[in-house]
Design a protein. Structure first.
Length: 74
């Protein structure tokens, strides 16, 4: 279960993943994950602008930091 996601709704993050690293003051995604975890976040939710990929609706990507937080419900 996700309890405290870090939500990114600015589509710029999907175009420039290094933007988050710069904002967090880290050099790579592994360090970004550790920093976000130290800030109390358990996941990241990122919104993509699907029009860039030929679609009509935006879609989201969810990155859960711990596999223990993933529950299969069906």
């Amino acid at each position: 279960m996700i309890n405290n996601p870090f939500v990114l709704t600015d589509h710029m993050y999907s175009r420039r993943p290094e933007k988050l690293n710069m904002e967090l003051g880290v050099n790579n995604s592994s360090s970004a994950t550790k920093k976000l975890q130290s800030m109390g976040y358990d996941s990241v939710i990122l919104t993509y602008d699907n029009s860039e990929f030929g679609g009509e609706e935006d879609f989201i990507e969810i990155c859960v930091f711990s596999p223990l937080n993933i529950k299969i419900i069906k």
